[in-house]
Design a protein around this ligand. Structure first.
Ligand code: HEM
Length: 131
């Protein structure tokens, strides 16, 4: 990504804004579909809707102008009973998708640092709080 080394831009801008994030998300779900460890969670899912919601969520989380108005992540994931190990597998795919998109290592660490705190409330150990 061309903006990767520009320190004055927000993380959202360094990821290439809405278009850059959407392309990362598309690569990400391609990897998930091909991974039998986690693909079963995504059976019967409307991928185009999921890509749209995930793009808005990541844009919002990284400081973009979008406002995420979807369900809380606890609500949308609770019924899936995601194991902590599968959560890590999915974040691994996100990390690989960011690498493939040319995002710098320090920006990847920043994205993961935003998402890792969600693990406790989105996995089987779900705690009593809402995102
Ligand atoms: C921090 C990591 C994650 C983030 C930020 C995230 C974000 C999201 C968002 C924004 C949605 C759309 C919610 C909606 O439409 O209401 C979604 C849906 C979904 N996520 Fe995640 N997710 C994460 C991790 C995971 C993991 C680890 C799994 C499975 C192993 C997973 C499986 C799903 C599935 C199956 C849906 C569709 C649920 C449905 O439509 O009923 N997600 N996720």
């Amino acid at each position: 990504m061309e903006n990767g080394s520009e320190p004055n831009l927000s993380l959202y801008d360094r990821l290439g804004g809405q278009n850059g994030i959407q392309s990362v998300v598309e690569i990400f779900y391609g990897k998930i579909k091909d991974d039998s460890r986690v693909s079963h969670y995504f059976r019967n899912i409307d991928y185009s809707k999921l890509i749209e919601h995930q793009t808005v969520f990541l844009s919002f989380a990284t400081g973009g102008p979008d406002y995420y108005t979807g369900r809380s992540l606890k609500q949308s994931h609770e019924h899936l009973k995601i194991t902590p190990a599968h959560f890590d597998d999915v974040l691994g795919h996100l990390s690989d998708s960011l690498i493939e998109s040319g995002v710098t290592g320090s920006d990847i660490v920043q994205v993961l640092a935003l998402l890792l705190p969600l693990k406790a409330r989105m996995t089987l150990d779900i705690k009593k709080s809402s995102v």
